[in-house]
Design a protein around this ligand. Structure first.
Ligand code: NDP
Length: 244
């Protein structure tokens, strides 16, 4: 699946699933631009450059409209195009509904949903002008199944389904496809924060009997970003070991 000559922007790619996606797309030939909050984001840049690809790192919070706009301008000044957008940045702030504080609700909505709106808003203009582009958002199995302690998080991940399906209908005629990947439980810092008993309970729900790894998600994103997925839009690809 060659992505030679394409520019992929991945949000929240300093670690975890986003980083693995960035390296996967780079191995397929794409140049990479990415955002992250952490100041030490050069690690991924050197790994991408070692693969012979260009890489631009931006310490940008996806909820900050002015920074997102500035970043999009900067990428376009460097490359002249954005072919692939992966909306990956996401956070959890879990609590049972009865204990959930309004700021826990708002923060998760802000990053996981408003952040996707913000970045897509600026990138879409370019894709529509190009008459081509692939937008892939990272949803979650819990957006479909629900999960106790995650009313905030699962609401955002369910909302991304509506976002994906609606936007796909808006921009299909402009040559832009819009899809989502819904991972199950993937072994990253996000799930390592769960207790042993929570992880054990999750494992029992997975027919393939293991947590997923970031590579499992990166394969799905690479496919949706490739020309092999040219006739797929408005679709949610479940990658969850059969748990849903
Ligand atoms: P991690 O917590 O390991 O990584 C999240 C990344 O997003 C970090 O690099 C983080 O930056 C970055 N980030 C967080 N907030 C912002 C922001 N406001 N602006 C820019 N970047 C930000 O999570 P995962 O890799 O596990 O998750 C990636 C995506 O996959 C998320 O959307 C998550 O909801 C989704 N997902 C994960 C699952 C799992 O089991 N792990 C299952 C289903 C979906 P920093 O390092 O600076 O904090």
């Amino acid at each position: 699946m060659s992505l030679e000559g394409q520019l992929a922007l991945i949000t929240g790619a300093g670690r975890g699933i986003g980083k693995t996606i960035a390296l996967k797309l780079a191995r397929s030939g794409a140049d990479i631009a990415f955002t992250d909050l952490a100041p030490e984001i050069e690690g991924l840049s050197s790994e991408v450059e070692a693969l012979g690809r260009k890489c631009w790192a931006y310490q940008v919070d996806v909820t900050q409209a002015d920074l997102v706009e500035e970043m999009t301008r900067a990428i376009l000044a460097e490359t002249g195009r954005i072919d692939i957008l992966v909306n990956n940045a996401g956070i959890t702030q879990d609590n049972l509904m009865l204990r959930m504080r309004p700021e826990q609700w708002s923060k998760v909505i802000d990053v996981n949903l408003n952040g996707v709106f913000m970045v897509t808003r600026y990138v879409l203009k370019t894709m529509v002008r190009q008459r081509s582009g692939k937008i892939i958002s990272i949803s979650s199995v819990v957006g479909f199944s629900g999960n106790p302690g995650q009313v905030n998080y699962s609401s955002t991940k369910a909302a991304l389904i509506g976002f994906t399906k609606s936007l796909a209908r808006e921009v299909g005629q402009r040559g832009v496809t819009v899809n989502a990947v819904a991972p199950g439980f993937i072994d990253t810092a996000m799930t390592r924060a769960l207790s042993d008993s929570q992880q054990e309970a999750i494992l029992q729900q997975i027919p393939l009997n293991r947590m997923g790894n970031p590579e499992d998600i990166a394969h799905a994103v690479e496919f949706l970003a490739s020309e092999n997925a040219a006739y797929i839009t408005g679709t949610i690809l479940h990658v969850n070991g059969g748990m849903y």
